[in-house]
Design a protein around this ligand. Structure first.
Ligand SMILES: [Zn+2]
Length: 279
């Protein structure tokens, strides 16, 4: 039979009425979701019980379950006889919204960390894995003998370090990266070339080489990032006050997160300071 009504209803003598068996399933779905079930768990359970959504249609999926949990016809919308209590329907939509916000917030942070967490042992990226039980953990992409760390530990330690910094600004002033000029093989070669040419040919001929050398030397100068210390500190303090220690803050102040063999985690901040915390 072709379904022309939402799951839970049927047509009887030209009128839409609740289908006894299906409406019970709909009520069960709302109750189960209220009890903490997920869209996926509901879909799996419906498929496992052999409940057919519609003949010759694909089995239950997350989106099909979500459709039902958001369809206002179940509380009497569009003239349909209600089969779900409006209070329960309202509660479900609040639960859905809060789950959505949670996922959205977490995924921004996670996306940032997927690009910025590196192995302190070998320098490879750390990658996120999810085990069969749904536990999330991070490992070195190169499978070196560095630690596997739980996502909770990673996130809470990063937040602990940010809290440490907010309460002790001097942490941001220590352990700066070396700054200043760093010689390179290319510069050494060009300097030799320049001294060979200098004074023995006209200015025009030597000019190009001299300008190239100056430009190379300029880009070899590491920027002194300590001027950013105050900006980094203020951003952390502000985020801590407003409780917004998420992706925007990470993006603003964190350059790298490194794992250590002893289970420590360190953050390299935008001003070049490195602050660690041990397990
Ligand atoms: Zn590694």
């Amino acid at each position: 039979m072709k379904r022309c009504y939402p799951f839970g209803y049927r047509c009887e003598r030209g009128e839409v009425v609740p289908d006894e068996a299906e409406s019970k399933i709909v009520q069960w779905m709302f109750k189960d979701y209220e009890m903490g079930s997920s869209l996926l768990a509901l879909a799996d359970s419906l498929n496992a019980r052999g409940i057919v959504f519609k003949e010759k249609m694909s089995p239950w999926s997350k989106s099909r379950v979500q459709h039902i949990l958001t369809d206002e016809r179940y509380i009497g919308g569009k003239g349909f006889p209600p089969i779900v209590e409006p209070e329960l329907f309202g509660k479900i939509s609040r639960i859905r919204e809060s789950k959505y916000v949670e996922v959205k917030l977490a995924s921004g942070e996670i996306r940032f960390l997927q690009k910025h967490v590196v192995c302190g042992e070998c320098g490879s990226r750390y990658v996120r894995k999810i085990d069969k039980k749904g536990a999330r953990y991070w490992v070195c992409e190169a499978h070196c003998d560095s630690n596997t760390i739980s996502e909770n530990y990673l996130l809470s330690t990063i937040k602990d370090i940010l809290t440490d910094v907010a309460s002790d600004r001097t942490l941001l002033e220590s352990a700066h990266q070396s700054t200043g000029f760093q010689n390179t093989a290319e510069i050494v070669r060009m300097e030799k070339e320049w001294s060979a040419v200098n004074g023995r040919c006209g200015f025009e001929a030597g000019k190009t080489l001299l300008l190239q050398l100056a430009s190379k030397k300029f880009s070899a100068c590491r920027e002194d990032k300590s001027i950013y210390t105050e900006t980094v500190y203020q951003a952390i303090v502000k985020a801590l006050k407003t409780g917004e220690m998420g992706e925007p803050l990470f993006r603003e102040v964190i350059r790298k997160v490194r794992t250590g063999k002893d289970g420590s985690i360190s953050i390299e901040f935008a001003n070049g300071a490195i602050v660690a915390r041990r397990r």
